[in-house]
Ligand binder design. Structure first.
Ligand SMILES: NC(=O)c1ccc[n+]([C@@H]2O[C@H](COP(=O)([O-])OP(=O)(O)OC[C@H]3O[C@@H](n4cnc5c(N)ncnc54)[C@H](OP(=O)(O)O)[C@@H]3O)[C@@H](O)[C@H]2O)c1
Length: 260
């Protein structure tokens, strides 16, 4: 059985840590040449080393997703490095507590830019490259917060909802080019982002982060957090030919969180 991404080139934004890092390692294991990206060079190069140690191929290309010029350069450099682009996965993200009364313009602009504006411009520059190779996949990391409002952060929910609609819009517009566009919508995944949220939430309630996580898990029918690997399995499926008929979907990987 051939590897599902053999011969393909994939860019994963926000792959210096967490879900994206696991994605870079997983995509490389499936045969893809992976462009690891983020702002932290040391972490990015460590991911590349890990991939090379397992016999895969990867390069680190730094880019700040808040800067459109850097997004354009990332895609240009990726194509210069590997000669083609098949998969663009915009996964980079941030989260901080906010709501309508304490929102500042800076918090709003950063949240919407890193998730949504970067996805729009990432797609703008990736599409012509993916079209050149006869089609491929665009994937966005949305969230359960893109399908159900999140009490923790208004801007996060807005941006993640925007990604779901962007995937539908692009799925229709790009279907004729054989470019499929989908979202993964993780529930709770134990990464640095999740640990930070647990810390903030616990502080609000005057309990320990461990106690908050215990209570949080009670809201998940399967009774545990999702693993990074489980998100990667879904991402791999969506970008691979196994999902050749699937476009415009937002797939929850959430242990049943949204079903409640
Ligand atoms: N963890 C969860 O429970 C969960 C649930 C649902 C959805 N998600 C989503 O999953 C994605 C990954 O989250 P994670 O939990 O893996 O978070 P994480 O461990 O905090 O990693 C975040 C990644 O995003 C990158 N990043 C942040 N700001 C960036 C910027 N301005 N430019 C370029 N890269 C940037 C970081 O790289 P650098 O620091 O190197 O820039 C890092 O690689 C995010 O979109 C998040 O919203 C997470």
């Amino acid at each position: 059985m051939p590897l599902s991404l053999q011969g393909k080139v994939a860019i994963i934004t926000g792959s210096t840590a967490g879900i994206g890092k696991a994605g870079a390692i997983g995509f490389a294991r499936e045969g893809a040449k992976v462009v690891v990206s983020g702002r932290n060079r040391q972490r990015g190069e460590a991911v590349v080393d890990a991939i090379k140690k397992q016999g895969g191929e990867a390069s680190f290309i730094p880019a700040d997703m808040l800067a459109v010029a850097e997004i354009e350069r990332l895609i240009e450099k990726a194509v210069n490095t590997y000669g083609r682009l098949d998969v663009f996965w915009h996964n980079a993200g941030i989260v901080g507590p906010d709501n309508v009364e304490d929102i500042t313009e800076e918090v709003y602009d950063n949240a919407l830019a890193v998730h949504l504006k970067a996805a729009v411009f990432g797609a703008k520059f990736a599409v012509p490259q993916i079209r050149k190779v006869g089609g491929g996949s665009i994937l966005f990391t949305s969230s359960v917060a893109g399908l159900k409002q999140a009490s923790y952060s208004m801007t996060y929910s807005l941006a993640k909802t925007g990604l779901v609609m962007l995937a539908k819009k692009l799925a229709v517009d790009l279907a004729g080019d054989n470019i499929r566009v989908n979202c993964v919508c993780p529930g709770r995944v134990e990464t640095e982002m999740r640990i930070a949220i647990a810390g903030e939430k616990a502080k609000e309630l005057g309990i320990s982060p461990e106690e908050w996580v215990k209570r949080d898990i009670q809201r998940i029918p399967l009774g545990r957090y999702v693993t990074e690997q489980e998100v990667i399995e879904a991402a791999l499926f969506l970008v691979s030919d196994k999902a050749a008929s699937i476009t415009g979907v937002a797939l929850p990987i959430d242990g049943g969180f949204l079903a409640v």
